[in-house]
Design a protein around this ligand. Structure first.
Ligand code: C2O
Ligand code: CU
Ligand code: CU
Length: 471
């Protein structure tokens, strides 16, 4: 049995045993739609205990094949870009024996996982792992959802050069689908030598890098197979440096069943998705196209301030229908788990501002949180169990993808308009001159937790800070 078939059978089994309402029809079986160009490496779990996922992970220089014959020097986890997908069930213990074989220090951050502070890989939680050094990451994964991992040192270089991978945590009840898979979106900039370009000029430092080669699961020539009538679950991760992905699949809709923090209470069908850097979304896609037809997942133009952003659509992924006749479509998914709305009542919101300034002397742009730049931004201090309400205020025209480590938050309002849906998020879009009110309640994991903009050049230029959660 090939690797692809293994993934497919596993999905079919996991997705059919959810205690969900009786299926409209039996799950479709067939070849894995993610085979060949979209296949992601899996990793050997060496723990005999089924509730422990224990793996080896090594950061090292390697080759990245963007498309057949087109190879660039890259930084890899276990030799591939993206790195292996880490799969677990909610409540499992994950142990990662990490070795740094790069020539520079690095760490691993588990974006979206509610891990203890000393396992978070951020600049306050652990000193960078020196070349040749090792570290054992050990934590439990409490939440089902789609997450990802990446370094938290020289992000603009290490992530751009290929250090990232997906984490899939499955729960007891998952929406029914015939197949599921991860789509990691990225874009790279090649220099005149055909290799990944080194960090760029002032404009790139300001706008963030958007590269000319778009890749899905590391490949510029990716194709996904779909059967007419089939329902697929796409776990989409925006792993790019700066691109805002406004996704569209002509002739199809996306039914959003999950966001950063897992399943949403009310699935919604939409024509477009917006994923800012760092964001995830879980969608169901029904094969409403004709057998044998094809379409393309694309990113539409998006202006994110100061002239930055895509001005032309970009094709990401060819979606090819099999010639086999259509099977009946499944009915719309039922509601997801309820989420209790956090209340801002009686809480004085803290204001957190985002801005920028040009440092003419040193010819660089400096990105600011509360008018200071990392590491000089004073910590916010709170206590375990306290409801925190923050007003994120963008004082600049440029949009910033805000990300909080360690805890999921709810968006309460945008520019004083209450948010209709209650969801758990760790990454959000902060538009130019927008005020977004969020709330979160730190559980019993004290420590320093980073919050920052997820445009990598903005992190590198200071748009990062920490909230200190005391016991
Ligand atoms: Cu993907 Cu500090 O985060
Ligand atoms: Cu993170
Ligand atoms: Cu930013």
């Amino acid at each position: 049995m090939g690797r692809g078939e293994g993934v497919f059978l596993l999905c079919a089994v996991v997705l059919s045993c959810g205690g969900a309402p009786a299926p409209d029809r039996a799950p479709l079986t067939g070849p894995d739609p993610w085979a060949t160009t979209l296949a992601l490496p899996r990793v050997t779990d060496r723990a005999p205990d089924p509730r422990v996922v224990e793996i080896d992970l090594e950061a090292r220089v390697g080759e990245w094949e963007l498309s057949p014959g087109r190879r660039v020097r890259a930084m890899t986890y276990n030799g591939t870009v993206p790195g292996p997908t880490i799969e677990a069930r909610a409540g499992d213990t994950v142990v990662v024996h990490f070795t740094n074989r790069l020539e520079e220090p690095t760490t691993v951050h588990w974006h979206g996982l509610r891990v203890p502070a000393n396992m978070d890989g951020g600049p306050h939680s652990q000193p960078p792992i020196a070349p040749g050094g090792t570290f054992e990451y050990r934590f439990t994964v409490p939440d089902a959802g789609t997450f990802w991992y990446h370094p938290h040192v020289h992000e603009g270089v290490q992530m751009e050069r290929g250090l990232y991978g997906a984490i899939v945590v499955r729960g007891e009840r998952e929406p029914r689908a015939d197949a599921e898979g991860v789509l990691l979106l990225d874009d790279v900039l090649l220099g005149s030598d055909g290799q990944l370009a080194p960090p760029g000029d002032l404009l790139e430092q300001h706008n963030g890098r958007e590269g000319g080669v778009s890749v899905v699961n590391g490949r510029a020539d990716a194709t996904l197979a779909l059967r007419a009538g089939q329902r697929q679950r796409w776990r989409i991760v925006n792993a790019g440096s700066a691109r805002f992905h406004r996704l569209s699949l002509p002739g199809h809709r996306f039914t959003v069943v999950g966001t950063d923090g897992g399943l949403v209470p009310v699935p919604r069908a939409v024509d477009e998705l917006l994923l800012v850097p760092g964001d995830r979304v879980d969608v169901l896609v029904d094969g409403v196209g004709a057998p044998g037809s094809a379409t393309t997942l694309r990113t539409l133009p998006y202006a994110r301030g100061h002239g930055a952003g895509l001005t032309q659509p970009v094709e990401l992924l060819r979606v090819q229908y099999a010639p086999e006749p259509a099977v009946p479509l499944l009915s719309a998914p039922g509601p997801g788990p309820a989420i209790e709305r956090l209340s801002a009542q009686g809480v004085t919101p803290r204001e957190v501002t985002f801005n920028e300034r040009v440092d003419r002397e040193r010819e660089r742009v400096v990105f600011l949180i509360n008018n200071r730049s990392f590491p000089d931004v004073p910590d916010l201090v709170t206590r375990v169990g306290t409801t925190e309400v923050w007003d994120l205020v963008n004082e600049s025209e440029m949009e910033h993808p805000f990300h909080l480590h360690g805890f999921f938050f709810q968006v309460l309002s945008r520019n004083n308009t209450p948010e209709a849906d209650v969801t758990w998020e760790d990454t959000l879009q902060l538009r130019g001159h927008e005020r977004v009110r969020i709330a979160f309640r730190p559980d019993a994991r004290p420590g320093h937790w980073m919050y920052h903009c997820h445009i990598l050049e903005h992190v590198d230029n200071g748009m990062m800070a920490a909230v200190q959660v005391t016991p």
